[in-house]
Ligand binder design. Structure first.
Ligand code: XMP
Length: 514
């Protein structure tokens, strides 16, 4: 997090919506960061936030071991907005009362506003909001004002007339709160006196400048995949330091059809000498010969990847930094997790690299959410083909070929996958789904083609809709589209006579089959 920039601090008490609060502030042009609720006051002072938002949370202010910190924040003399649990904490610490209700209020609600509120200025007398709480405030602290009440009689908003303290029982960050953005804007601009102006364009310009200063004359090496995160990170760095950057794309032979070549062509034009493509497909396939166990496949690929990459790194002498496209959701230490490790996916393929290289990490997009990275990509003139690409796992098609891997199977799967993706694009479905893929199954089934009996392999198609890839639903692709894909794959890909569609959600399934 930057200490020189106008920013709002969000203290996370464990709400499922905390990240949304951060995004809403950013959308309104003010940079915002999430920290755990117990971040030391001295740290907060260093960051000089212009305001603080206390998130909601699953706890009750009356439970024994709940996060309670609030009192010392008043020392900062900056505006504070408490949302749900945050409002209850403020109430308790100022002498009001909070009570549990037997029934949780969850979902849409209507609140009636009193005039004169600074936080709710410009809203209608009656507003539709999103509630999600068990406890609620039953008497407000002395000197505070009640500024809204819900239809069911719950105190919905309070504020202190002089101290810049505000509380809302509902969730302004959730889109079902129709005037939520206005409330956030009021807080940022009318109460915290934000100057605003933070945008992806300004982020890109500042980051390029910061990176140029930080790197100086040093060299930076990057494990480049061509995916959106590494593409945006590398483009920022290339603009900052030009040929002091070396991006290494390791072609493991398990990428999508023509992918290594496409990436080389596209980014080669932009990066020039800064992009090296190493064809190590033979080595990878040799290592994987006869290996069936999914975890073994991952380990073998990870080890070989590190070997190939280190070899290239040696050639680029004296690199001082390793560039990585780490994103904000990977680094947020949420109040519900046990530190960053709990949220980082276990399958980060280059996990061992920084230690092996013994050099520092450079993570220019670590403050951004995925859709923000995409916007930065657009600012940098990266086309939709790159910016809107579905994620692709580091071990590539190896975890989509169930059973052992051969060059022939890779080719079959690449062809089937390419047809699937092409048809999704043609039908305008590619951007509607989060990730689509084909899986080659080690199953042979009987079919008939022309007049002849066939005995060939099965391809499973999988397409999922998800926000965070931790849970996912299968996509409701139209039957006509599935029929077209199936008939093209069985007609055009030798070795496949049957196509099935995976209708499993996650959980219990995972996105990948291995
Ligand atoms: P799962 O299969 O765990 O996938 O539901 C969730 C998301 O993670 C991707 N994935 C991987 N990405 N290396 C990666 O870089 C891996 O080993 C790996 N395994 C799964 C998967 O494609 C999906 O987007």
């Amino acid at each position: 997090m930057s200490i020189n920039q106008e920013q709002v601090l969000i203290l996370d008490y464990g709400s499922q919506y905390t990240q949304l609060i951060a995004r809403r502030c950013r959308e309104e042009g003010v940079l915002s960061y999430i920290e755990r609720w117990d971040i030391p006051l001295a740290e907060i002072k260093k960051l000089k936030p212009i305001g603080i938002i206390l998130s909601g949370g699953p706890s009750s202010v009356y439970d024994g071991n709940t996060p309670r910190r609030i009192e010392d924040l008043s020392e900062l003399e900056i505006p504070i907005l408490g949302i749900c649990y945050g409002m209850q904490l403020m109430t308790r610490s100022s002498g009001g009362t909070v009570e549990s209700s037997p029934r949780r209020e969850y979902g849409r609600a209507v609140v009636n506003l009193r005039s004169g509120s600074r936080l709710l200025a410009g809203l209608e007398p009656e507003e539709h909001v999103w509630m999600s709480h068990g406890d609620h405030v039953t008497s407000i602290p002395d000197g505070w004002l009640q500024t809204a009440v819900s239809d069911s009689g719950v105190i919905a908003a309070i504020e202190h007339p002089t101290k810049d303290y505000f509380g809302v029982q509902f969730h302004p960050e959730v889109s079902h709160t129709l005037s939520g953005a206005k409330i956030i804007r009021n807080f940022l601009y009318n109460i915290c006196d934000a100057a605003g102006g933070w945008s992806m364009g300004s982020f890109a310009r500042q980051t390029i400048e910061e990176m140029r200063k930080k790197v100086g004359e040093e060299r930076v090496i990057c494990a480049f995949s061509g995916g959106v995160d590494s593409a945006v990170a590398a483009t920022l760095l290339h603009k900052a330091i030009g040929n002091q950057l070396r991006c290494v794309l390791v072609d493991n032979g398990l990428m999508r059809k023509n992918e290594a070549e496409d990436v080389r062509k596209f980014f080669g034009k932009r990066f020039g000498e800064s992009l090296i493509v190493v064809d190590a497909s033979k080595e990878f396939l040799e290592d994987l010969k006869g290996v069936v166990d999914p975890e073994k496949k991952r380990k073998i690929i990870g080890h070989r990847f590190i070997d190939v990459f280190l070899e290239e790194a040696k050639k680029f002498k004296g690199a001082k930094y390793l560039l990585q496209g780490t994103l904000y959701p990977d680094v947020i230490e949420s109040a519900q997790s046990h530190g960053p490790a709990a949220v980082i996916k276990t399958h980060h393929n280059v996990g061992g690299l920084p230690a092996k290289l013994g050099i520092d990490l450079l993570e220019p997009v670590r403050d951004l959410f995925k859709d923000e990275v995409r916007q930065v990509g657009r600012e940098l003139d990266l086309p939709d083909q790159v910016v809107m690409r579905h994620p692709f796992p580091g071990p590539g098609l190896a975890v989509r070929i169930v059973g052992d891997i051969t060059a022939e199977k890779v080719k079959i799967l690449q062809d089937a996958d390419a047809i699937f993706i092409e048809e999704l694009r043609n039908a305008d479905w590619y951007h509607k789904v989060s990730q689509a893929l084909a899986v080659l199954l080690p199953i042979y089934s009987v079919g008939v083609m022309g007049d002849a009996r066939t005995y060939e392999q099965v391809v499973a198609l999988r397409s999922v809709d998800t926000r965070d890839f931790m849970t996912a639903d299968f996509s409701p692709l139209p039957h006509g589209l599935l029929a077209r894909i199936s008939s093209r794959i069985t007609g055009e890909v030798r070795g496949i006579n049957r196509v099935v569609y995976d209708v499993t959600s996650k959980p219990p399934g995972t996105v990948e089959w291995e």
